[in-house]
Design a protein. Structure first.
Length: 151
């Protein structure tokens, strides 16, 4: 946790009661923290939940919990964002290397690649890393399973 001009920022790697409270708020909002829950450690699972919450809330998806994210978390109703409901519906066909468009941009944001709308080698590699981290089939192609995990 770091403080800038008396503003508390909670980020990846932080530990403690503030992280645990944020995790509890994320769980209440419906974010998926099944593996570790509210353990007070801001690891990959919490980072992904924060980023997804920020995306759903229309906030900058930076994974940093600052005043705007805290305020949005406190405003949310219990289960408002059910993590089993896709945020963005599956486009109906595989998205893979060579594809272009808004769906590719969404995928790129989901796997932390600068969005340019072109599914190239960098996006494919990032998708493969995401699939491996989530226990999905690692093929670099975004089919229904990968899509629904992302969104």
């Amino acid at each position: 946790m770091r403080s800038t001009n008396s503003t508390l920022l909670v980020t990846f790697g932080d530990r403690g009661a503030a992280v645990e409270k944020i995790q509890e708020l994320l769980i209440r909002a419906g974010m998926d923290l099944r593996e570790f829950g509210a353990d007070g450690v801001f690891g990959n699972e919490t980072l992904e939940a924060v980023q997804k919450f920020q995306r759903l809330s229309g906030l900058i998806e930076d994974g940093i919990v600052g005043p705007k994210t805290i305020a949005a978390l406190k405003r949310v109703r219990k289960g408002q964002f059910n993590s089993s409901t896709p945020v963005r519906p599956y486009p109906g066909s595989y998205v893979m290397i060579g594809d272009r468009g808004k769906d590719v941009e969404a995928i790129q944001r989901g796997v932390n690649v600068t969005p340019d709308g072109i599914f190239g080698p960098n996006t494919e590699s990032a998708v493969k890393r995401y699939q491996a981290r989530k226990g999905l089939s690692v093929d670099g192609i975004v089919g229904p399973a990968t899509w629904n995990m992302l969104f």
